[in-house]
Design a protein around this ligand. Structure first.
Ligand code: NAD
Length: 277
């Protein structure tokens, strides 16, 4: 079975559009870009396009001076602007900018990327807060296809703050038994072969081949790698789809779900901010 992130996203975005039409205002997402990195520019444009399509207000701020004080001032202004509901600073930041100071500056109530320490702690303690978009989107995709998580062995390959570590919490909250693997894991294959759910987020093209996957497993490929002008994942899709029971493709898998989850976070931010005024 193909876990079709594109189709699932289209359905969820149509629902979001209906919700937005019923509001007496529009959620406003502001994305700040600090580099002209082509991948970041592509992601930011895709986010803006999706936001506008469902009736959000969307603003992209190009802050390329590399001046951290200026960037922090911009964030502060957005924090205090009641017309702004979601603030996202696209990572990676331009060289010389301190990611922790920048994330700390965002109002946690508008932190739709879920990287502020308050939101990270909320996830850790299973309290309400913003969950980073990619992990939120992955769980929504698995739920859409009724993939059981409780009691299952989930193996996550990659321990990034953006994907791997939040997935540990989300899957644990859903009663999976979780193993985290990374670049220093000894005998990766021994771990992945015991996975009911295998989530791969390494940025290593086709790291996971068919012999790493237990027959009947569910495989989620987060990787986005451009190789010879083509986008490919961290999983050898063509071979692994013959072994796995369910698998996400690249593209049209986790990528579109990430964008949809970001829009969902922004709508949540809008509704929470509105309910407080
Ligand atoms: P990262 O670069 O921050 O970290 C990579 C992780 O993979 C590290 O924890 C490292 O220990 C692990 N790793 C590297 N080589 C390994 C190996 N040979 N064996 C086992 N573990 C290994 O990763 P990230 O930011 O989570 O991104 C991972 C990939 O996912 C990238 O391709 C990125 O472009 C992609 N990504 C996609 C989306 C999306 O929306 N689809 C979102 C975020 C990231």
């Amino acid at each position: 079975m193909i876990l079709d992130g594109k189709a699932t996203s289209m359905t969820r975005q149509a629902d979001l559009k209906k919700t937005v039409e019923s509001l007496d205002g529009a959620p406003h997402l502001v994305v700040i870009l600090t580099t002209d990195n082509p991948a970041s520019t592509t992601y930011v444009k895709a986010k803006e396009k999706a936001a506008k399509k469902i009736g959000f207000k969307s603003t992209i701020i190009h802050d390329m001076t590399g001046d951290e004080a200026d960037l922090l001032k911009t964030i502060h202004t957005l924090n205090n602007d009641s017309d702004v509901h979601g603030i996202l600073v696209q990572l990676p930041l331009a060289e010389g900018l301190d990611v922790k100071r920048v994330m700390d500056a965002i109002d946690p109530k508008k932190d739709v990327d879920g990287f502020h320490p308050i939101n990270v702690a909320a996830l850790f303690q299973n309290r309400p807060g913003f969950v980073p978009a990619t992990p939120r989107g992955i769980i929504e995709l698995l739920d859409t296809y009724d993939i059981p998580l409780s009691g299952k062995h989930a193996v996550i390959v990659g321990r990034s703050q953006i994907v791997g570590l939040p997935m540990v919490h989300l899957l644990t909250q859903r009663h999976a038994t979780v193993t985290v693997c990374h670049s220093r894991t000894v005998d990766l294959k021994a771990h992945t072969l015991s996975a009911d759910i295998l989530v791969v987020a390494t940025g290593r093209p086709h790291l996971i081949t068919a012999d790493y996957v237990r027959p009947g497993a569910t495989v989620v490929d987060v990787g986005i790698n451009r190789v010879e002008g083509k986008l490919i994942g961290d999983v050898d899709f063509e071979a692994v789809k013959e072994v796995a029971q369910a698998i996400t493709p690249v593209p049209r898998g986790v990528g579109p779900m990430t964008i949809t989850a970001l829009l969902e976070n922004t709508l949540d931010a809008y509704q929470q901010l509105r309910s407080q005024t």
